[in-house]
Design a protein around this ligand. Structure first.
Ligand code: IMP
Length: 178
């Protein structure tokens, strides 16, 4: 396992705690989606690590798909999202479960769920690894949340700062000035 990055102020969630929680989420999803047409939709790139662990802790027959979106939220716009990579399979009649790294302002998932609901799925729900409830600008309710966290910028377990730190197997808070 990589050493704790010296760029971090502190480790917020260590690897064993993450693995335990992901196993719990997988078990809960497996119970809730029994008999349904579950499609896990990973939102790239941040969800890649979470998605890989979560899907292996789900014991149901399910399929996976991916989307990649870019958000304009940080640039003072309306928070519209631009779809860079769309689903390969039809969403019609499916039970879509969006798998996201973190919900912050909520803008990305608000727009994405609105978009996907126009495509005739049976259901659209959200499973996020991390949730920063204090940062919401628009209401978004995730059905499954790995960990609620305070308003701090975190990296690791798929989450990046300028494309770095995604491969850390734990989640930490970056030192300021990094
Ligand atoms: P939202 O539209 O503000 O909810 O944005 C969610 C996206 O912002 C996530 O998918 C992340 O890519 C990014 N993000 C928000 N907070 C953090 C953080 O603390 N670390 C890394 N990325 C973050």
């Amino acid at each position: 396992m990589p050493a704790v990055s010296t760029d971090l102020e502190k480790v917020l969630l260590d690897a064993p705690a993450i693995q335990r929680r992901v196993a719990e989420l997988g078990a809960q999803i497996s119970r809730d989606y029994e008999g349904k047409e579950l499609v896990l939709v990973g939102i790239l790139k941040g969800s890649a690590v979470f998605m890989a662990d979560l899907m292996r802790s789900i014991t149901l027959d399910c399929s996976i798909d991916f989307m990649c979106v870019s958000s304009y939220a940080g640039r003072g716009s309306t928070g519209e999202v631009r779809v860079l990579l769309d689903l390969r399979e039809s969403a019609e009649g499916k039970d879509l479960l969006l798998v996201e790294d973190i919900v912050d302002t909520g803008l990305t998932l608000h727009h994405l769920t609105d978009l996907l609901r126009t495509r005739g799925p049976r259901s659209v729900e959200i499973c996020c690894f991390l949730d920063k409830p204090d940062c919401r600008k628009i209401p978004v309710k995730a059905k499954y949340v790995g960990f609620p966290i305070p308003n701090e910028f975190v990296v690791g377990y798929g989450l990046d700062y300028e494309e770095r730190y995604r491969n850390l197997p734990y989640v930490g808070v970056l030192k300021s000035g990094k």
